[in-house]
Design a protein around this ligand. Structure first.
Ligand SMILES: [Zn+2]
Length: 369
């Protein structure tokens, strides 16, 4: 590992970014789904900085109990405070905690990186909300608050909470979608908002993220068994529905639905479709008219031909160069190599490495075109 480290250092030479650390993560038996997502999150700089800040201001807490948030913060702190610039770290505590917490991730079977990312972000939010609630209770009663750590999950349905707490996880990843339904009998438009941490997009052969996003926001007609209950008509009616992005997130995470259930086969199949993801993305299906510009900084890649086996690696942009993380190994890659992960234009191709989760950071509003 020393040799690999020095190879990367040599490749970067005096371009090695000041204060940055490039560490591979040890694999504990099929934990590449976890490693690949952790690297993408580590190089999500605003998220990393806020996590490190959270950790340094909370580590002196008396009743600091291990949870996924503290384990993640501890891992990121370990990486960022290494004396060496490159090497390998074992995310043992984090993986142990993850397996303890969720039986889904306990087996040695191949896991889904997107499911893991989703679980992790929701878990971090839960922990931060409980901490904020406990702090509030402490302040209100000034008596020791009741421990709610192992209590039941918030039983309230989505959107019922009076004042949803906005944590730094929300500030980074949360966006709001609005689902507009127009009744075709009375023309009443009903808008329902829902929050998201990532967008899951259906994909088509030889397409692009822009076209997938366009399909995502295209108008759909609800009819036949799928009619819409219109409150004004007080009955089921045909309606037109469309999804738009009401509040774009700072970090836009796009999940490509490459694993599709094929009814005739009775199982999931991996779609190796070619879906072009640009380095700079313009988001145009928003409620506001202005195009928003995003820049790609990480890609979680699924390697393999099927959904139940395979491997995950990640591509990460740090400062102005691209790195390839494959568990313990870290290498520099050329920016042009990113396009080799778009997918295959032919159904049977020897290329089985495909972009699966994309991470874009907002650059703000662009020029209206
Ligand atoms: Zn109606």
């Amino acid at each position: 590992m020393g040799a690999a480290g020095s190879k990367l250092e040599k490749a970067l030479g005096d371009q090695f970014p000041e204060g940055e650390r490039y560490f591979g993560l040890e694999n504990f038996g099929n934990t590449c789904y976890c490693n690949s997502v952790l690297q993408a999150l580590y190089f999500c700089v605003p998220f990393r900085e806020q996590l490190l800040e959270y950790y340094s201001s909370n580590k002196n807490g008396v009743d600091a109990e291990d949870n996924l948030l503290t384990c993640l913060a501890d891992l990121f702190t370990q990486i960022s405070s290494q004396k060496k610039k490159t090497g390998v770290i074992a995310p043992k505590r984090f993986v142990q905690r993850l397996k303890k917490q969720n039986e889904l991730f306990r087996s040695y079977m191949h896991q889904d990186a997107h499911e893991f990312l989703n679980f992790l972000l929701n878990e971090l939010v839960d922990i931060l909300e409980k901490e904020a609630q406990a702090a509030k209770n402490d302040a209100e009663t000034s008596s020791p608050s009741e421990k709610t750590a192992n209590g039941p999950k918030n039983p309230q349905a989505n959107g019922v909470k009076k004042e949803p707490l906005v944590t730094w996880v929300h500030k980074n990843f949360q966006g709001i979608l609005t689902n507009e339904t127009r009744c075709l009998r009375c023309e009443t438009v009903t808008a329902r908002d829902e929050t998201f941490f990532d967008l899951s997009l259906d994909i088509e052969q030889n397409s692009s993220i822009t076209s997938c996003l366009k399909n995502f926001s295209s108008t759909e007609t609800l009819n036949a068994e799928d009619k819409f209950f219109c409150d004004k008509c007080c009955s089921l009616q045909e309606a037109q529905k469309r999804m738009k992005i009401k509040k774009p997130p700072h970090i836009l995470v796009i999940h490509l639905k490459r694993f599709k259930y094929i009814e005739q086969l009775g199982r999931y199949k991996k779609l190796s479709y070619r879906v072009v993801f640009p380095l700079e993305l313009k988001l145009s299906n928003t409620v506001e008219d202005a195009d928003l510009e995003y820049s790609l900084f990480a890609v979680v890649v699924h390697v393999g031909s099927g959904p139940n086996h395979g491997h995950y690696v990640s591509l990460v942009k740090s400062h102005s160069h691209w790195l390839f993380f494959d568990d313990e190994n870290v290498e520099m890659i050329d920016e042009s190599a990113v396009q080799t992960f778009f997918g295959s234009a032919q159904e049977f191709s020897s290329n089985t490495d495909h972009g699966y989760i994309l991470f874009y950071e907002s650059l703000g509003a662009g020029n209206k075109s």
